[in-house]
Design a binder for this molecule. Structure first.
Ligand code: BV8
Length: 231
């Protein structure tokens, strides 16, 4: 059966009410990326950064997965082959939508990381600067988020999935951030059929063989229906 690898970005959570990064009223419009999503920004003003993620973590309890998240979970449950969701998103909507195999390449709001010993634990709703690590007790707790200039998680595993993909779909991502934006090139090298689901062409849109334009809640649901009836 065909192996399906799916990359998602902020656009898949937009209809759940989580703002994207690059929309004019988006997350980066309110903050400079350098101030809140880089290790330098965290070193300069840890309070600002911890509160930026506390606000986004708090929002999780106010939002629900949408039809696109649920469609991907249905695909994983009903497609005979391998389905892997690689997400750039730090929210938990894929899991709450029913997906089992989710790889958070840029980390997760619900996880905390010790900058000293790399221990991870379930983040409290509100994190505080200088919180002690439950494992090594160093006052080095930080959001378990991959910032700009940091290495995304599980890169070897991600590239292994891409090298075996028969179908690669990118959903709701603007293709501005690497290495995620380079995944379509990897998938094409593996001979995968590539599809982009977006409201408009992304920065790497010309590298996809197929484009499904529209709201992900509609286009992804229709695509999954098609795949599952096709067999
Ligand atoms: C690394 C966590 C290497 C934080 C994030 C020059 C060239 C190439 C690369 C670089 C360069 N200079 C620097 C770099 C590297 C840098 C990078 O790519 N910079 C860019 C800006 C040029 N990348 C990194 O630093 C990465 N690490 O390269 O490490 C390395 C090597 C050796 C040793 C050490 C390190 C790490 C990047 C990760 C940063 N962290 N997130 C947080 O969430 O707060 S990035 C963050 O932004 C997201 O995770 C995501 O990746 C990105 C947002 O992008 P999208 O998800 O695409 O969201 P966006 O708003 O942009 O787009 C939404 C899309 O949805 C739109 O297209 C819209 O049309 C669509 N949409 C909206 N609504 C809908 C919809 N579609 C369908 N339906 C809808 N309803």
């Amino acid at each position: 059966m065909r192996k399906i690898v799916i990359l998602t970005g902020a656009g898949i959570s937009a209809e759940s009410g989580i703002e994207t990064f690059r929309a004019e009223d988006g997350l980066w419009a309110q903050h400079r990326v350098e101030d809140v999503a880089t290790p330098e920004g965290f070193a300069r003003d840890p309070e600002l950064v911890v509160n930026f993620y506390n606000a986004r973590r708090a929002q999780l309890s106010e939002v629900e997965p949408n039809a696109a998240h649920r469609a991907l979970a249905r695909l994983e449950a009903e497609h005979g082959g391998d389905v892997v969701v690689i997400t750039q998103n730090v929210d938990d909507l894929h899991e709450r939508g029913g997906s089992q195999t989710v790889m958070h390449m840029h980390g997760e709001l619900k996880s905390a990381l010790c900058a000293s010993c790399d221990h991870r634990w379930a983040a409290p709703l509100k994190m505080h600067v200088g919180e002690a690590c439950p494992s090594c007790a160093a006052p080095a707790a930080r959001p378990d988020i991959v910032w700009f200039g940091e290495m995304p998680y599980d890169m070897d595993a991600l590239f292994a999935h891409l090298s075996q993909a028969d179908i690669f779909a990118a959903i709701g991502t603007s293709g501005n951030v690497y290495p995620a934006a380079g995944f379509v090139a990897e998938a094409r090298r593996a001979g995968a059929h590539t599809l982009e689901f977006n409201l408009e062409r992304s920065a790497v849109g010309n590298q996809f063989e197929e484009h499904r334009t529209g709201l992900a809640s509609k286009t992804v649901t229709a695509w999954v229906e098609e795949l599952l009836t096709q067999g």
